[in-house]
Design a protein. Structure first.
Length: 261
């Protein structure tokens, strides 16, 4: 798989990697997490097939993803508090998280009313794997829309993923929660509807996992209840558990209060 990917697929990785309906990623994460292959082995195979990867040529973007894995492992080595359920940015420990079990269960089971979030969670629950773009979207939704502690999401992911890796999982969740090393501040909040429209425009991925939306037109798939209400149709699908705009305002206030305190 590594040889095939580096030889024939890595050149298109940058353009195709963010679209979950496409089989455009290496799918090597479980092998890396288990130690079946190593990051260095991936590097050498990549350079053997794509000599210009270190100079920005084909494969450079995939190489950068390998570097992220090592970066998070280095962080955990130098800052062992990261493996003790603590944030990299100390003041974020003071964020007042919500403890809404109904919201948490809706997120875990793919019943939030936001199709891209729900399809992603069902993919993970059924296969043990989730596309990386979707990991960012679902993590952002749990933390920034539901204001639920990122450590709860981190724990749930590691319980479900066949490629679960302590350092990479922690790093990804702290990135999404704005508690980690990323330079973007806490007011980066993904809009789950526009993320779905951008990365699954025609709903090919969503339809794989949400059969209850089969009759909803593609143009309305990211806001199915908006369409259903206009048509006088009832869907066997939950309405959004939160209003994104209101949730965003509440999250910003919670982070700002923690920062100032």
């Amino acid at each position: 798989r590594l040889r095939e990917f580096c030889r024939n697929e890595v050149g298109a990785y940058e353009a195709r990697r963010d679209f979950p309906a496409l089989d455009a990623t290496s799918r090597l994460s479980a092998c890396l997490a288990l130690g079946v292959i190593s990051p260095r082995q991936c590097l050498h195979r990549l350079l053997a097939e794509q000599p210009d990867a270190l100079n920005g040529g084909a494969g450079a973007v995939w190489l950068n993803e390998l570097i992220w894995r090592d970066f998070y492992r280095h962080l955990m080595t130098w800052y062992p508090d990261l493996c003790k359920h603590r944030p990299f940015i100390p003041w974020t420990e003071r964020v007042q998280w919500q403890r809404d079990q109904a919201h948490l269960q809706a997120w875990q089971t793919g019943r939030t009313g936001y199709p891209i979030v729900d399809a992603a969670m069902r993919q993970m629950n059924n296969t043990g794997w989730m596309h990386n773009r979707l990991r960012m979207i679902t993590a952002s939704f749990l933390v920034k829309d539901l204001l639920i502690d990122w450590r709860i999401g981190e724990r749930y992911f590691i319980s479900q993923l066949i490629d679960g890796d302590l350092a990479a999982n922690n790093g990804g969740w702290q990135w999404a929660a704005s508690t980690g090393t990323d330079a973007a501040p806490y007011f980066r909040i993904f809009n789950p509807t526009t993320q779905g429209e951008k990365f699954d425009k025609h709903g090919e991925f969503i339809r794989q996992w949400l059969p209850e939306l089969a009759k909803v037109p593609a143009a309305s798939l990211h806001d199915p209840w908006g369409w259903a209400d206009k048509q006088g149709v009832t869907l066997d699908y939950p309405r959004p558990v939160v209003d994104h705009k209101q949730a965003r305002t509440a999250t910003l206030a919670a982070y700002e209060a923690a920062r100032k305190s």
